[in-house]
Every structure is written in structure tokens, then in C-alpha cells.
Design a protein around this ligand. Structure first.
Ligand SMILES: *[C@@H]1O[C@H](CO)[C@@H](O)[C@H](O)[C@H]1NC(C)=O
Ligand SMILES: *[C@@H]1O[C@H](CO)[C@@H](O)[C@H](O)[C@H]1NC(C)=O
Length: 443
């Protein structure tokens, strides 16, 4: 609990007390601000329901944390044999030119499949570069001599941002993604960590630091202490023994495969790409690159672990998006739910005024994630929804969607902009649909 508290206190200090101390904020204004934030957080729910929602979202990560601590209690005679040579061999295979070629080819069928499922296929092709990207990060991480700057950079990602990221990302999802996405994020993160832990226990593998520390003939057992590996150098730079001590007592020492650092970064990347647009995609690429680099630079993971972590993360993201995110996105558009940032800044919901537009466009295409997600092909269900919310015959039939129709719709939007003020009335609808037919005649 303490990291959350520290984080909140820090935020309060920055946003409230610094301006107050400088005499720019009156106590009454602060009171109003606190009341406003309280209302924004509750979002019309009772305290109990709000708290229930929070508990629901953080339940899987909490279960993971408890299971991780309990892993120490497993009797050693139940545990399987530890592998020390498998991962380096697999890595050598994967990163050889042949391995890169074969894995790139292996990515071709899923890419070709996904290409047909999204509106804009260009980013999908980038997936083919994944093996080359892993190879490049591995070469950069292991091909350099250690420097203080790189040590600290790797530590900032591996040791600081990684642990802060679930909290930061939870807030980001609350603020910038549709209501419910933050909970879905908690579940994706918790489930992938739990699966990772199961694999660590059932299929234990030694991390790269094991090879640095022990001779190849040494047979490890479960009494071996953990190692902070590269983070020892960071301890030296910072003048502490924090990581050296913490890692020595780690409950799961031989959990190299899969890398949960990679899985966490990948999970964050998926959410940021889905809800953060182009800037989100750029951020995701940078963040995952630096995290993947740091795990290898610090000798905590082999490249194979990163690939396995990415795969688990993507599988859970796919599952969660089928189970929850699609419904969340649809409700965001259909019911015009607000995001945290909208309520905080007293803005209307992004889809509050666009029921006319919505009725014309496919509900699917209006989802923030439409460009990235697999289309469900549930046309009949959507028809029903549309009828229920917008009245069956209140609008002109929708012309077939084609390339370029997006521009036409934007044109319509501009020309019927004034009708948005009372978009509920029948008159303004008729008005805007007249504009619509004009726009389509112009085509
Ligand atoms: C998932 O596992 C990683 C690696 O052990 C850990 O650092 C992280 O805090 C876990 N995430 C959550 C949300 O529990
Ligand atoms: C139709 O739209 C035009 C301009 O967009 C506006 O001036 C006019 O008042 C609208 N008519 C009705 C009946 O809403």
C-alpha cells in the first residue's frame, strides 16, 4: 500500500501545497478542488460500489503478489529439476541468421490473417520486424562495455519504471481510456503474471547471471540465493545495498522464462497503442525497446524469455479484448460514457453529441480501437442496438462504406455542425440528413 500512498502524497504536494505556499491558491479553492476530484473519482457511484470496482480491478495483481510470496513455502522435493543450459542454447538458435529468417517467416501467416481484419493494415506489417528488433536489442545490450550512464538508465527502466508502471498505467487508463479499461488492464496484468509464475514453478530456468557466477558443472538447487546481477553495479553507483539484498531473498530464483518485465511492458504497450493513437504507438515502441534492452543489459533475461513474455502478454490482451474491451469500447460510443479526464476538466463525453454521425457510420468504425482490433463481424447484433438507441426509420439508409467515404462524412459533419446543439430533435436530424444526401450527390 505504501507506494500508492507515497505517490498520492507526492501528487498532492506538487499540485496543491506548492501553489498554496506561493500564495496563489486560497484554502476555499482547494476545498472545492478536493470536492471536485472526489466527485470525478466516484463518477456517480456510491463509495461502496466505487471501492468494489477498485478491488475488482486490483484483485488479480494482489493474488499474484500473494502467490509469489508463498512460492517460497513450496517443499523443495516437489520442485522440478532446474535447467541452466536450455535457454542459452535456445537463444543462440533464435538469434542466428537462420533463426531470425525462420521466425520472421513464421510470423507471416498471423500477419496475413490480421491484415484482413483491420481497417489500416500498414502497422500490422511492422510485426514482421519483431525478430530483427529482438536481435538488434540483444546486440546493443550485450555488445557494449558497461558504463555508469547505461547502468543507471537500465536501472531506471528495470528497477523503477517497471514497478511504478502498473500504477501510472492504471491512472492513464482511467483518464484517457473508456470507463472500465483500467479494470481490464488490472486483469490482463494479473492473469499474465499468474501464468508466468506457474511456468516459473513448473519449468524453472536459470537467468544469464547464473552463467556469470557459477561454473557450467555446478548443479543448482533451490537453496541457491538469487542475484541482482547488473543491479549490483547500480547499488554501487547509488551507494546502497538495496537490490543486492532484495534479490538474494527472492522467493523465485529460477524464474527466467518467461520474462514478466517484458510481459508487463508489452501489456502496457497494447493498451497504450489501443487508446493512445499515434503518440501512444511511438511511446509503446520506445518503452518496450528500453525495457527489453535493460533486462538483457543487466543479465536478468535471455532474449528467449522476452519472446515468451511478449507471447503470453499478447495472448492475454487478445483474450481480454474479446471478453471486455470490445464491450467497453462499444459502450463508450453508444452510451457516450466519459473518461476520467473529461470529468476532471468538466468536458462532455467524446461521443456525447454525435448520435447523428453514429447512426450513419458503423458503430465499429467509431470505436477508438477500430484501426487496431479484429472486427467481430456481428452485424445483426449491431443492427438491433442501433434500432433501440436511434429509432428505426429516423434516418436515411446508410450508403455502402467505401474508400474515401470517411472524407465525405467529415464534410457532412462540418456542414451540419450547428445541428449538434440540439441533436435530439427530429427537425435537426432531417436537416442533417438532407446535408448528407447533398454530400453524397457531390461525390
Ligand atoms: C508482475 O511480475 C513482475 C515480475 O516479477 C513484478 O515485478 C510485477 O510487480 C508484477 N505485476 C503486478 C501487477 O503484480
Ligand atoms: C438546418 O441547418 C441550417 C444550417 O446548418 C440552419 O441554418 C437551419 O436553421 C437548420 N434548420 C432546421 C429546421 O433545423
Amino acid at each position: 500500500m505504501s507506494p500508492i500512498l507515497l505517490y498520492l502524497v507526492g501528487l498532492a504536494l506538487i499540485f496543491l501545497f506548492v501553489p498554496m505556499a506561493m500564495g496563489k491558491l486560497k484554502p476555499r479553492t482547494v476545498l472545492h478542488l478536493v470536492q471536485h476530484c472526489h466527485a470525478v473519482l466516484l463518477n456517480g457511484k456510491s463509495h461502496l460500489r466505487w471501492f468494489g470496482g477498485l478491488l475488482f480491478g486490483i484483485l488479480p495483481p494482489v493474488v499474484w503478489t500473494l502467490s509469489f510470496k508463498m512460492a517460497r513455502k513450496l517443499p523443495n522435493e516437489w520442485r522440478p529439476q532446474i535447467r541452466t543450459l536450455l535457454l542459452p542454447r535456445l537463444e543462440a538458435l533464435l538469434l542466428s541468421p537462420g533463426g531470425i529468417a525462420v521466425s520472421t517467416l513464421a510470423l507471416l501467416p498471423p500477419v496475413l490473417y490480421l491484415r484482413r481484419k483491420v481497417q489500416d493494415p500498414r502497422p500490422i506489417y511492422l510485426l514482421l520486424l519483431y525478430p530483427a528488433w529482438i536481435k538488434a536489442l540483444n546486440a546493443v545490450a550485450l555488445g557494449t562495455t558497461w558504463t555508469d550512464f547505461q547502468d543507471v538508465l537500465a536501472w531506471v527502466f528495470y528497477g523503477v519504471l517497471h514497478f511504478a508502471s502498473p500504477f501510472l498505467m492504471g491512472w492513464w487508463a482511467w483518464g484517457f481510456a473508456p470507463t472500465g479499461a483500467a479494470q481490464a488492464f488490472g486483469w490482463a496484468l494479473g492473469l499474465q503474471n499468474l501464468s508466468g509464475l506457474c511456468i516459473h514453478l513448473a519449468f524453472p530456468n536459470a537467468a544469464p547471471w547464473y552463467k556469470d557466477t557459477y561454473d557450467a558443472t555446478v548443479v543448482p538447487d533451490y537453496f541457491f540465493p538469487g542475484s541482482a546481477a547488473g543491479l549490483v553495479r547500480v547499488d554501487a553507483v547509488l551507494g546502497t545495498h538495496l537490490y543486492t539484498k532484495a534479490f538474494r531473498k527472492s522467493p523465485v530464483v529460477f524464474g527466467a522464462l518467461p520474462s514478466l518485465h517484458a510481459a508487463t511492458a508489452m501489456c502496457i504497450a497494447c493498451f497504450v497503442v489501443r487508446y493512445g493513437g499515434k503518440a501512444g504507438a511511438a511511446f509503446a515502441l520506445m518503452y518496450t525497446s528500453l525495457m527489453f534492452w535493460s533486462t538483457q543489459y543487466l543479465h536478468h533475461h535471455y532474449a528467449v524469455d522476452l519472446v515468451a513474455g511478449s507471447a503470453i502478454s499478447l495472448a492475454y490482451f487478445w483474450l481480454i479484448s474479446r471478453i471486455a474491451l470490445r464491450r467497453i469500447d462499444d459502450s463508450f460510443v453508444r452510451d457516450a460514457t466519459t473518461r476520467g479526464i473529461d470529468r476532471l476538466l468538466c468536458r462532455p463525453a467524446p461521443h456525447a453529441n454525435d448520435d447523428d454521425r453514429l447512426a450513419r457510420e458503423d458503430l465499429e468504425a467509431a470505436r477508438p480501437s477500430a484501426r487496431w482490433s479484429v472486427s467481430p463481424g456481428q452485424a445483426p447484433a449491431r443492427q438491433v442496438t442501433r434500432g433501440r438507441f436511434f429509432g428505426q426509420n429516423s434516418l436515411d439508409p446508410v450508403p455502402e462504406k467505401e474508400e474515401g467515404s470517411q472524407e465525405k462524412l467529415e464534410l457532412v459533419e462540418r456542414s451540419s455542425g450547428s445541428s449538434h446543439t440540439d441533436s435530439g430533435s427530429d427537425d435537426s436530424r432531417r436537416n442533417s440528413s438532407e446535408h448528407l444526401s447533398i454530400a453524397y450527390k457531390q461525390r
